[in-house]
Design a protein around this ligand. Structure first.
Ligand SMILES: C[S@@+](CC[C@H](N)C(=O)[O-])C[C@H]1O[C@@H](n2cnc3c(N)ncnc32)[C@H](O)[C@@H]1O
Length: 507
């Protein structure tokens, strides 16, 4: 497959692997509402943040939306959008790789972009996600008017959509509600008590077999057959069954070629999304800024290029169901998080700028309070829920592969618990016994948790340490620096020993 080459490509394709695992530290003062919803706002560079999330969320995210800098050569109020071309590719490539690892097998990623980098993005996404998993390029009408001073006024952005597995995704994606125009195609000219219908297998077709040239007697008494070279679009059995069930329409006077009806309630609910998303359905940059954000946060300088909630609603609706996880690693003013929140999805938003605090936090606070802008009315949003705010902590392992000296017991315990069980740690981490999951007891010997602060005090599993540990009847997993117990003793005690750091870097 042809690949895109740029100056630093050979380094950039290894960036994600070389990025260290870091811990995430909760910041209580910026967290709001119900604490245990699983919703997260993370402030920091998304390369580090995505890597930090990997042990916890690899394969668990259903939908990723990102709106990265388009590289338009502008310096916006809140972020710089002027990278050298190769640097932009160096920004995107490793992040796309990490995003790929986070998606579930039925997951999808949606990326807004314009002509500055869009076609290069397509080529690197083909490489990371696979050409066969490309879903579509949506044209979103971002601007209703035109710019008189432009040589060609740009009215749309692209939304590139990829699945982890296009075939699986196609069976899981949601249809869109029929809009008024599409619903209008269903009519009821004969007052059929089963409701509105539209033409299904209609009239004649260019191809078929001789069996599809049988005579039909119309209610008017006229006998009809397809013209020479044409065939009924249905078989005789299908026609007779539909006739017996009263599902054939012969026109107002019973003298027109037959039409087999398809009722609105049996045609699949909704319509397949199209690649053209007009402003009336998806909103515009201006509508997001003027009609929503300025009113929502009147005291804050509005974010330069917010995406409208309607656009995100379409993406979240098509690609997820309530309770599923949505991620945006270029969160900006928090649109994706606000939409996911209002639509009952869980979310993780990552933003490195200070607007994580000045824009996203107050916006989501208002959402929790039940604000009625954006898509609130359309989805019946009443308020509630909550999120936790995090900042990036220190790397878990130093450059020599050792647990960093400043790592404390509690965050390492949470990291190991999550890596081992796949669920967040809810314990207090004040004892070497972290808790029990599926009948297995988990222990961590680290940083003098047993009160012995000598060099490797309490971090080595010995007979004396084992005797002092809180009891757990059944299988035990013990994390520690080293183990002095024999293999026979470990087996007899039903212990699996896992050495820090070598056995815990990733799942
Ligand atoms: C186009 S804006 C996103 C706007 C957003 N969709 C909205 O509706 O408000 C891009 C954002 O990505 C952020 N960003 C750029 N590079 C980043 C990085 N490496 N890590 C995290 N955020 C980054 C910028 O600070 C900016 O807020």
């Amino acid at each position: 497959m042809p690949l895109l080459h740029w100056l630093t490509r050979d380094e950039d394709i290894h960036t994600a692997t070389h990025t260290p695992y870091r811990l995430l530290e909760q910041v209580a003062e910026h967290s709001h509402g119900e604490p245990d919803t699983g919703n997260m706002l993370v402030q920091g560079d998304n390369l580090d943040a995505l890597k930090a999330l990997l042990p916890y969320y690899a394969g668990k995210v259903k939908c990723i939306f990102i709106d990265p800098p388009y590289n338009t050569r502008s310096a916006f109020e809140h972020y710089d959008d002027n990278l050298e071309h190769a640097k932009w590719l160096a920004l995107m490539y490793p992040r796309l790789e990490l995003l790929h690892s986070l998606l579930s097998e039925d997951g999808s990623i949606w990326v807004t972009i314009d002509d500055n980098e869009g076609h290069y993005l397509k080529v690197i996404m083909d490489e990371v996600f696979g050409r066969k998993n490309f879903i579509a390029t949506i044209a979103w009408e971002k601007d209703k008017g035109g710019r008189g001073d432009a040589d060609i006024s740009s009215s749309h952005d692209m939304v590139l959509a990829y699945a982890i597995n296009r075939k699986i995704w196609a069976t899981k994606r949601n249809l869109l509600e029929r809009n008024v125009v599409q619903a209008g195609r269903f009519r009821n000219p004969d007052n059929d008590p089963r409701g509105a219908w539209r033409q299904g297998d209609d009239g004649t077709a260019k191809s078929g077999t001789d069996k599809q040239r049988f005579p039909i007697t119309l209610p008017s008494g006229r006998v009809v057959r397809p013209k020479v070279g044409r065939y009924w679009a249905f078989s005789e059995e299908t026609f007779n069954l539909a006739l017996a069930e009263g599902r054939v329409y012969f026109g107002r006077n019973g003298d027109r070629l037959p039409v087999i009806k398809r009722y609105a309630d049996v045609v699949r609910e909704g319509v397949a999304p199209r690649t053209w998303w007009p402003a009336e359905e998806a909103g515009t940059n201006q509508s997001a800024k003027r009609d929503h954000l300025r009113k929502l946060l009147p005291d804050i300088e509005p974010f330069a290029t917010p995406k409208p909630e309607q656009l995100l609603r379409l993406i979240v609706h098509i690609s997820t169901n309530p309770g599923e996880l949505v991620l945006d690693s270029f969160l900006g003013s928090g649109t994706t998080a606000a939409v996911a929140h209002k639509m009952g999805r869980r979310y993780i938003g990552i933003e490195m700028g200070n607007h994580a605090i000045t824009h996203c936090v107050p916006r989501l606070q208002k959402v929790i309070e039940g604000e009625q802008g954006g898509i609130s009315e359309a989805v019946g949003w009443q308020g509630g829920g909550g999120f936790r705010f995090y900042k990036l902590g220190v790397p878990v392992f130093d450059e020599n592969g050792q647990v960093s000296p400043c790592i404390r017991f509690a965050p390492l315990a949470a990291h190991l618990w999550f890596v081992s069980t796949g669920i967040p740690y809810k314990g207090s981490a004040t004892s070497p016994f972290l808790g029990e999951h599926e009948d297995v007891g988990y222990y961590l010997l680290f940083n003098g948790i047993l009160g012995d602060l000598t060099a490797d005090g309490g971090n080595v599993l010995t007979g004396r340490i084992l005797a002092s540990l809180p009891n757990h009847d059944g299988q035990k997993v013990i994390f520690g620096e080293s183990c002095r117990l024999s293999a026979e003793r470990l087996q007899a005690e039903r212990i699996t020993f896992r050495q820090i750091p070598y056995e815990i870097k990733a799942r």
